[in-house]
Design a protein around this ligand. Structure first.
Ligand code: SF4
Ligand code: SF4
Ligand code: SF4
Length: 394
């Protein structure tokens, strides 16, 4: 911290308006012990100009411009590790996100890539600015009856932008629909009527602009009338399960499941049968699915139910899992930071000597695969849907 900055917290220095914006229970920020647990937990802290701990102190000292001109909060991957460990219960990841909201609302500098993403989502309803009519491009090359689109069925698959539009992730929804076809399970899709869930806007500090996306998606799903909405994306899951009911102020009227929950259920019921596969694998917990949603077990149940498969946990797993770097829109704003984090996570995964790294999120798969390419590492990175499709009795 600069030596010219005031160091003693007095009542006059308190910037209550600013503190209330970044932490609704702003008195909690005053209780910060400056213990540094948040900074020590943070995957990108060493790249920040102020560590999370230092940023809270600047906020308490009322140094608004110093805070807002920092790049610290743009480097937050929203991994929730700091919040989960803060001894004072301060929602530190939420404070980072609210600082972005303040930047957007008050004319501070916002990364150009986020402004372009906002335009793409608002105009074309997906993060890649593609014509949303191409949203089923991932399904080309597999046999999927066309009547699956917008037809009533008990299960509706919400594909998500990454799986729908990034070729590296196409095989995740392809695997899931092939599992459904093979197991004679009815399902439907929204096709071009599926819009981005809005999570990238939420992360970027543009929560208000997410409302119309939530309204559109929920209305279309209700019209299709499924009992279950399933998603392979852990961020889409977090959005549908936690954010939509909060934003819309109502229950959705159908169950929201992550694909790992549904597949685990189908395996237990005997709808899916698995073949002997003597692999040694490790599992990477996506932050939105694990630490933020508490779904640690379903993917592990799937892996353990495969005859002959051995799961070797990483030193940091479950609640303590390290982020892969792929969240919080950081891949759009600071790709070199994502690379830095993902290479560290990849090395940790490789320390377990796996034949494959399994995860439950298309963004984690992309991020870890990019780290493998960067380090010229030959390793399979598979989503649980791809794993189940590969080892399913056909
Ligand atoms: S972990 Fe909590 S109490 Fe400790 S420095 Fe961070 S915000 Fe403050
Ligand atoms: S949410 Fe994760 S990336 Fe963001 S400040 Fe906390 S530990 Fe760091
Ligand atoms: S959270 Fe889901 S729908 Fe939203 S951008 Fe990511 S993959 Fe797309």
């Amino acid at each position: 911290m600069s030596p010219s900055l005031p160091r003693v917290l007095t009542d006059e220095l308190l910037d209550r308006e600013f503190m209330a914006q970044v932490e609704p229970d702003w008195r909690k920020l005053l209780s910060c012990l400056q213990c540094g647990t948040c900074s020590a937990s943070c995957p990108t802290a060493e790249l920040m100009d102020y560590s999370p701990r230092q940023l809270w102190e600047l906020i308490r000292l009322g140094l608004r411009d110093e805070v807002m001109n920092s790049r610290t909060f743009w480097l937050c991957t929203q991994c929730y590790a700091c919040t989960a460990r803060c001894p004072r219960g301060i929602m530190t990841n939420e404070t980072m996100r609210r600082l972005r909201e303040w930047a957007v609302a008050n004319g501070y500098s916002v990364p150009q890539s986020l402004l372009m993403m906002r335009q793409a989502v608002n105009y074309n309803h997906n993060i890649l600015n593609e014509d949303n009519k191409t949203r089923l491009i991932w399904s080309e090359g597999i046999e999927m009856p066309p009547e699956r689109v917008q037809e009533p069925a008990d299960i509706l698959l919400f594909t998500g932008c990454v799986s729908a539009l990034y070729p590296m992730a196409y095989s995740i929804p392809q695997s899931l629909v092939q599992i459904f076809e093979q197991a004679h399970v009815g399902y439907s899709l929204l096709g071009s009527e599926e819009w981005c869930c809005g999570y990238p806007l939420y992360s970027a500090g543009m929560k208000d602009e997410m409302v119309k996306l939530a309204q559109h998606n929920v209305e279309r799903v209700r019209a299709a009338g499924p009992k279950i909405l399933v998603t392979t994306c852990s961020s889409c899951y977090y959005t549908w399960h936690h954010l939509y009911p909060e934003i819309l102020g109502e229950t959705l009227g159908f169950e929201v499941l992550h694909a790992s929950e549904l597949l685990s259920r189908m395996i237990q019921e005997g709808t899916i049968r698995l073949t002997e596969t003597p692999w040694r694998v490790t599992y990477h917990d996506p932050c939105d699915l694990g630490r933020k949603s508490g779904l640690f077990d379903p993917p592990r149940e799937i892996i353990r139910s495969i005859p002959g498969m051995h799961l070797e946990e990483m030193p940091r797993s479950r609640e303590n899992a390290m982020c892969c770097g792929g969240g919080g829109d950081v891949a759009m704003t600071e790709p070199e930071a994502v690379e830095h984090v993902s290479v560290e996570r990849l090395q940790e995964a490789l320390s377990t000597n796996p034949e494959a790294i399994i995860s439950s999120c298309q963004q984690c798969k992309r991020t870890l695969l990019q780290a493998a390419r960067k380090t010229r590492t030959r390793i399979r990175v598979l989503d649980v849907c791809e794993l189940v499709w590969q080892v399913m009795e056909k």
